[in-house]
Each structure stands twice: as structure tokens, then as C-alpha cells.
Design a protein around this ligand. Structure first.
Ligand code: FEO
Ligand code: CA
Ligand code: CA
Length: 636
């Protein structure tokens, strides 16, 4: 990740100047309510809600005690069971994982590494089955330091052999596995025809304004329309027509060579392409060497649409949704039928985006979803000190997005999304990770993981803490009403700071949760989120290990007397982050990806855990199913 100190635009300077009045407003509200100042929860500043003196959380479970450990742990009355581990067979006649790193060819038949975003897609298609479906799971990256003996994170890119590099390419991407519940336990259907691995070698189409553009043409694809594979898949989303969106996050780490051969070298620099090649690909595969194939990087960092119900389908990169370190792609069908996708660009000082389709989607005619994501308006958010949020369109020919300013076409705007967002004066955020819409209230939650690089003179109304090591959650409030009445296409929303993460007992953090938050309940580094069917927010964290704590899953009410009061449900084993929380439609299973267990170890021989098997030498990233022992809804 690179530092992008893009705070030079006049609009941003104005916002920073305004933050003082915003802060006065904050403290005014804090003293207006029943909670004492000094970390008291401030409620919803702009919607007129306040906080309660006594919390009545809607979450019925007894909170887990937080312990950093070799094993995962879950709250009393719950079970957490492994469903799919790295290396588990995904095809008939493939042997059980034997404890050795598979070859690339073998890995293609096995569940991928470092599971991340999870979509549960009910079977049969169109049903809301909660005990049978497809788990569509991103496999974001590999952790060579705990896969291969004698390698560290820093030297693996130079040390890996071609076989090891090829294994890595086969272990990243996306895994689709059929799963069934039997007797309260989930298991993979090993020989399912739906089972499929997608990797950086899988053929995909480019669609939307960038397809066929000169900057995406390569030796292997002179038309600029057919791409080999997807890469660094992190967050995602599900469309109403039954497809999965997988987000390409960090292509910059997977390329070697120099950007200078590119006609848009400055753009690649802005996107962090520094030739780091941390998985060693450029040494063996020319297309990952920017000196040899300068346009190949432009074919990554898009949102990719996958049809998991058709194993023969070709995934499609939807370029109209912009190019960035894509994290979330949360899909909402607006009340007028148009499809809205909220997206974050996960890097320091990057932005919050929204895409609104031109056409409406008709649920009675699922075919209206086909290619609907190819045409629409991409916008970027400016958070003002008065509590208003303005969506600034990134449309070629409007405002500064003209040829004179380096944007020759809409394709050009999209290839240079970050620069277009700079030009219109978007608000630089503290690493925007996951976004989700509350199905009950219609409010949209945008998670800022952290930003150690934010300095005092770069503060703005939505990013209020210098050296933000703890992260925060921003609430975006569309006009129009609750739930389905919310207008997700409006130009202007309101916004609020939902929680400021950190230890509330440490005043220096300026953490802000509900005042009754327990010693186990506060969290740091919120990362991925999900809503249960009741509209409660579930937060997965990534970065607690830096504070001597396990990462985990916290439930939290977003309205009512316990608004902003988190409770700890689940903790990961050592070195792992919790990612991709995903509920079945009945709310009774919460799937969670336990990503990169033991990755905090310098080398494999020092692995901090061998979770989940606790035998052999290899820890295994895995998807876990959390269920209530009495069969009730998670959190009830
Ligand atoms: Fe892949 Fe932004 O986490
Ligand atoms: Ca993430
Ligand atoms: Ca999510």
C-alpha cells in the first residue's frame, strides 16, 4: 500500500478548515445528552437521535472473554466449526490434504488460500434455502512465510521457485463450493458440479467503457477485451439476479518491473505499482513484468461479476464501476428499480464511491440484470462539516473531467478513477474497507480500518483523529425514509460517525462507543461488516494483534437504546484476521473467514499456531460456521 497525500485540492482545504465548527457541534451534542463527556457515545448527530442512559441490547448472548490464543473461541451457547480449509478437496477422487503444499495443478482442485469475502448463494437458485447452497469465497493472497520453510514476507518474492510461484497463482482468486448442512453441521459436497476455482489464469471478459481501450491491449489480447484472470480478491457483493461481485484489491503487489514503460506511468504510480512483485511472478511470467507488458496492470483492480450457478460461465470485469483497490461492492436495488453499488478504495487517503445504473432492474425478469452494470454514473463522496454528504459524479466532460485536464473519454476517467476523484474534491478517508446497507433502516455503513499516516493537518470532518491506529465507522444516511423508502440515488445524503474504535478507557484514543461497552466489547480496526436479518451490524476486525488482542466478530445495534454497544461473539486464532462475515437467509449460520492464521510468525518454524488441525507443520486459513446451540438465530 502506498501513501497518497492527495489533500491539495481547494475543496479539501475548505473541509479541513470547517472541521473546527464540526468539532464544536460534536462536543455540543455530547454534553446535551445524558452521557458525560470524555468518550461518551454521541448517538446520531444529524438524525436527532440520542443515546440512552441504560442499554438494552437486542443481542441476547453472554459476551465472550477476549483471550489471544492458538485456537478460535466463541461465546457460550454457540458452536464454531470449520467448514472449508485451504487444501480441502473440491473434486471427486482428490485425496484429503496430506499436510504438504500441493502442486499448482493439484491446488486448482482444492480450496484456495487466505479466504476472505463470503457469499452464501442458496440452492436451488432463486430459493432462500438456509441449509444448502454455494459458498463463494475470495482467496485474497498467500502467506509464503507460513507456507514455505525458510522464507519471510520480505524475501519470498525473490526466493520462491517457479513451482512455488505457480502454486501461489493457483491458490489465490476465488473458490465456489457447494455446501450442505446435515444434523446441524455444514460440509462441502466434494463432487458437486458447481465446485469451481477461479484464478489469475481463468479467462474473463472486460466490459463497459474501458473494454477495447488502447491502454488495456496486450500482446496476448490485441483487442483489449479478454483478460487472463482475477487477482487479490478481497471484498464483494451479491446482485439481486444471483451473481456475485468479487473485488480486485491490490494488483500493485503482484507486478514487477518499472512503470516508466507505461503511457500512464504517473497513474500507475498513483495506484502504488512499485514493482514490488512480492509473489515472484515477474521472474517467471512476462505479463507480470511491467517493462515487458506495460498495459497488463490496467486489466486489474476492477469489480468482476461471476455467475456461480453456471460453472461454464465466463466472469466479466465491469469497468464502469471504476478502478481502485476495490474492497466492498455492496448492492442495493433502489425503490425506482435502479441498482446502486457502494464501494471503498482501501488505501490511505482514498475515497468512498457509489455507482448508480442507468437502467432499472425488474425482479420479475432477472434477465434485466444482464450487463446492467455496464452503464451508469460513478460518483465519489465529499463529507461536509455540516453533516451533508455530496455525491460528486465522475462523468467525462463535466467539471474538471475534460481532455484539457487529462481525461480524454469516460474510459480515461475510469482508468484514472483516483485522479478523477482528486480533481472533483472528494474527501480522503482512513482506508475505506467494507460497506453494507442496513436492510431495516436503509442506512449505509462505511468502515474505515485505520490510517497511521493521517497527520493533524490532514484531518477532515469524517476522519477526525491524527495517527488513527484504531479505525472508525461512518454512517451514510440517504434521504427518503427507512428501509426500502431510502433513496440511494440522491445527490445529497446526511452522514454521521457511528463509532470511533479504540479502548474507551484510554482517553488518548478518543474512542467513542456506547458508554456501557464492556472491556471485551470495544474493538480496534473494524474491517469487514455484515447485517443480520434483524438489522444488527456484525463487525470483523483486522489489526487487533498489534494491540495484543485477537481479531474477532462483534455484534452491535445500530439503533435503539444500545446503539453503538458492541458485544464480542467470536475470536480468531493467533495471527489471523476475521473476514467476510456472511449470514444464511434465516440468520442461523454466520460464516466467517479466518484468514492468515500464524502469519505474525517470521518463518514457518516459528508458527504461532497450527490451527485448525494442530498437526503437521502448516496452519490452514479456513471458513468457519458459527451457530447457536439451540438452533436459534445468531445473536438472538
Ligand atoms: Fe483485503 Fe482491504 O483488505
Ligand atoms: Ca479486507
Ligand atoms: Ca461485508
Amino acid at each position: 500500500m502506498t501513501d497518497c497525500p492527495n489533500t491539495s485540492s481547494p475543496v479539501i482545504r475548505d473541509i479541513i478548515a470547517e472541521r473546527v465548527s464540526r468539532r464544536s457541534f460534536l462536543s455540543g451534542v455530547a454534553t446535551f445528552g445524558a452521557v458525560a463527556a470524555g468518550g461518551g457515545f454521541v448517538g446520531s448527530l444529524f438524525a436527532g437521535e440520542s443515546f440512552a442512559a441504560s442499554a438494552a441490547s437486542s443481542l441476547g448472548f453472554t459476551e465472550l472473554k477476549r483471550v489471544y490464543d492458538k485456537d478460535m473461541a466463541v461465546a457460550p451457547g454457540y458452536t464454531a466449526e470449520v467448514v472449508a480449509r485451504w487444501g480441502d478437496p473440491m473434486a471427486k477422487d482428490v485425496a484429503e490434504f496430506a499436510g504438504a503444499v500441493p502442486s499448482a495443478a493439484e491446488q486448482l482442485l482444492r480450496f484456495g488460500y487466505n479466504c476472505d469475502y463470503i457469499a452464501f448463494m442458496s440452492l436451488p437458485k432463486g430459493s432462500s434455502s438456509a441449509d444448502h447452497g454455494l459458498l463463494c469465497v475470495n482467496n485474497e493472497y498467500i502467506s509464503p512465510n507460513v507456507i514455505f520453510a525458510g522464507m519471510t514476507e520480505d524475501d519470498a518474492g525473490q526466493k520462491m521457485t517457479k513451482d512455488q510461484v505457480d502454486f501461489g497463482m493457483a491458490a489465490m482468486g476465488h473458490s465456489i463450493v457447494e455446501v450442505k448442512m446435515d444434523g446441524g453441521r455444514w460440509a462441502i459436497v466434494t463432487d458437486s458440479p458447481y465446485n469451481r476455482r477461479l484464478t489469475v489464469e481463468t479467462e474473463m471478459h472486460l466490459s463497459g467503457p474501458v473494454a477495447g481501450h488502447d491502454l488495456v491491449k496486450t500482446k496476448a489480447d490485441p483487442e483489449g477485451r479478454i483478460v487472463k484472470g482475477t487477482n487479490y480478491n478481497c471484498g464483494g457483493g451479491v446482485t439481486p439476479w444471483g451473481t456475485v461481485l468479487t473485488c480486485e484489491e491490490g494488483a500493485s503487489d503482484t507486478f514487477g518491473g518499472k512503470t516508466s514503460a507505461s503511457p500512464i506511468a504517473a497513474v500507475l504510480d498513483r495506484y502504488g505499482f512499485d514493482g514490488s512483485d512480492i509473489y515472484g511472478r515477474a521472474r517467471f511470467h512476462d505479463r507480470f513484468d511491467m517493462d515487458k507488458e506495460p498495459n497488463e496492470p490496467n486489466r486489474f483492480d476492477w469489480v468482476v461479476e461471476i455467475d456461480p450457478y453456471d460453472p461454464a460461465s465466463t466472469p466479466i470485469k465491469r469497468t464502469a464501476l471504476g478502478r481502485m483497490s476495490h474492497e466492498a461492492s455492496t448492492v442495493v436495488r433502489n425503490k425506482d428499480g435502479r441498482i446502486v453499488v457502494y464501494m471503498g478504495d482501501d488505501d490511505y487517503f482514498e475515497y468512498t464511491y457509489r455507482f448508480v445504473t442507468k437502467a432499472a432492474y425488474d425482479p420479475a425478469r432477472p434477465e434485466t440484470g444482464k450487463d446492467i452494470l455496464d452503464e451508469g454514473v460513478l460518483s465519489v463522496a465529499r463529507f461536509d462539516a455540516d453533516g451533508s454528504l455530496h455525491w460528486l459524479p465522475l462523468v467525462h466532460g463535466e467539471g474538471k473531467l475534460t481532455a484539457e485536464n487529462g481525461f480524454a473519454s469516460q474510459a480515461d476517467v475510469l482508468l484514472k478513477t483516483r485522479l478523477a476523484a482528486d480533481a472533483v474534491g472528494a474527501t480522503p478517508m482512513d482506508r475505506p474497507e467494507d460497506f453494507e446497507t442496513n436492510p431495516v433502516t436503509g442506512r449505509v455503513y462505511a468502515v474505515m480500518t485505520k490510517n497511521k499516516k493521517r497527520e493533524q493537518d490532514k484531518l477532515n470532518p469524517a476522519n477526525t483523529r491524527p495517527e488513527n491506529l484504531w479505525g472508525h465507522i461512518v454512517e451514510m444516511i440517504p434521504p427518503g425514509g427507512r428501509g426500502a423508502e431510502a433513496d440511494h440515488t440522491a445527490d445529497v445524503y446526511q452522514w454521521d460517525l457511528f463509532v470511533l474504535a479504540g479502548n474507551p478507557k484510554d482517553a488518548a484514543t478518543k474512542a467513542n462507543f456506547h458508554p456501557e461497552t464492556s472491556d471485551n466489547g470495544w474493538f480496534v480496526c473494524p474491517d469487514n461488516i455484515s447485517f443480520d436479518p434483524e438489522g444488527r451490524l456484525w463487525v470483523a476486525t483486522d489489526g487487533a494483534n498489534d494491540f495484543g488482542l485477537p481479531d474477532g466478530i462483534y455484534g452491535v445495534d445500530t439503533e435503539g437504546p444500545a446503539r453503538g454497544l458492541p458485544k464480542l461473539l467470536f475470536t480468531c486464532p493467533a495471527g489471523a484476521e476475521a473476514t467476510g462475515p456472511c449470514f444464511t437467509p434465516d440468520g442461523k449460520t454466520l460464516f466467517v473467514s479466518v484468514q492468515h492464521p500464524a502469519e505474525d510468525a517470521e518463518t514457518l518454524d516459528k508458527a504461532t499456531t497450527l490451527w485448525p488441525d494442530f498437526k503437521g507443520t502448516l496452519p490452514r486459513p479456513s471458513v468457519v460456521a458459527i451457530r447457536k446451540q439451540d438452533g436459534g438465530a445468531v445473536g438472538a
